[in-house]
Design a protein around this ligand. Structure first.
Ligand code: SF4
Length: 284
């Protein structure tokens, strides 16, 4: 027993300070890729190398449209390696949770040069929803009412709708002494009937579609849904096929999307606190 107390005293505090202190991220951590669209001369190598189709190219009438969908990105870094210029870089950015799916999509337009490369950037759409839209205002006010009701404590029911368990590994880490989710008044519960939030992972498999819908209906109002990872957002590398029906929002309404494959525990914390209005959305 004395041995255990001695070891505990020597270990000191292991719990991170995030979100009250900046996250300590390892040097080798691979976060979201960043694109310098004005200086990007040729998107084809990166698009060809991308294993998930997150970078898409469409060409017509001498113009090229390049679309980057962070909801499909698995942060593999192959775009940066294939591009080989400073226009595409892998960053250590992980705070990518957003409230609208469209906010994860960036579109750039270029005129095409004779050699197939891109000319001067002609347009850039970051996908951010327009603040003036009535629908969004309505959703925001409903959201802030939910935040007032839920206050500063939160019960989460995790739903694996078909994930590979990568996201579950990271979610499990939230309960470890390092991330210690309960210090923020947030804990996991065993039943949707006791939950304020559903944390849903995986491309929704056809076998889990009804179960997910029933879980959503069993969760009392007001409730929030957070879609976790590339699969939860868009179906990821599985997409639409005989066994899966894509992202979580194909079945139930989603309040926050957390990109990553899998999102690291810091990213999960950011997304959960974003849903609660306790953290701000960062610009992609
Ligand atoms: S980091 Fe993302 S965009 Fe780049 S190749 Fe991998 S999946 Fe595609």
């Amino acid at each position: 027993m004395f041995h255990i107390f001695k070891k505990a005293a020597q270990t000191h505090l292991v719990t991170i300070g995030y979100p009250h202190a900046p996250a300590q991220i390892s040097e080798s951590f691979r976060g979201a890729p960043s694109f310098d669209f004005p200086s990007w001369r040729d998107a084809r190598p990166a698009a060809d190398a991308c294993p998930t189709g997150a970078i898409r190219i469409e060409e017509s009438a001498g113009r090229r449209r390049v679309t980057m969908d962070y909801g499909l990105c698995i942060y593999c870094g192959q775009c940066s390696e294939a591009d080989g210029t400073s226009a595409v870089k892998i960053t250590r950015n992980f705070e990518l949770g957003v409230r609208e799916r469209s906010e994860l999509i960036v579109t750039a337009e270029y005129p095409l040069e004779q050699d197939g490369s891109q000319g001067k950037l002609a347009g850039l759409n970051s996908g951010h929803a327009s603040e003036g839209e009535t629908k969004e205002h309505l959703e925001r006010s409903v959201h802030s009412r939910i935040q007032q009701v839920l206050g500063r404590s939160l019960a989460i029911r995790e739903v694996d709708a078909g994930s590979c368990n990568g996201c579950e590994m990271e979610i499990g880490a939230l309960n470890s002494p390092v991330y210690d989710l309960e210090r923020l008044g947030i804990h996991f519960v065993a039943s949707p009937r006791h939950a304020d939030m559903l944390l849903v992972t995986g491309p929704v498999t056809r076998n889990m579609e009804l179960a997910l819908l029933k879980t959503y209906r069993a969760t009392p109002e007001p409730k929030m849904v957070v879609a976790v990872g590339a699969c939860g957002i868009s179906g990821g590398i599985f997409g639409l096929n005989y066994a899966t029906i894509g992202g979580v929002d194909a079945v139930i309404p989603v309040d926050v999307f957390i990109p990553g494959c899998p999102p690291r525990p810091h990213a999960l914390l950011h997304g959960i606190l974003l849903a609660l209005g306790r953290m701000e959305q960062r610009a992609i």
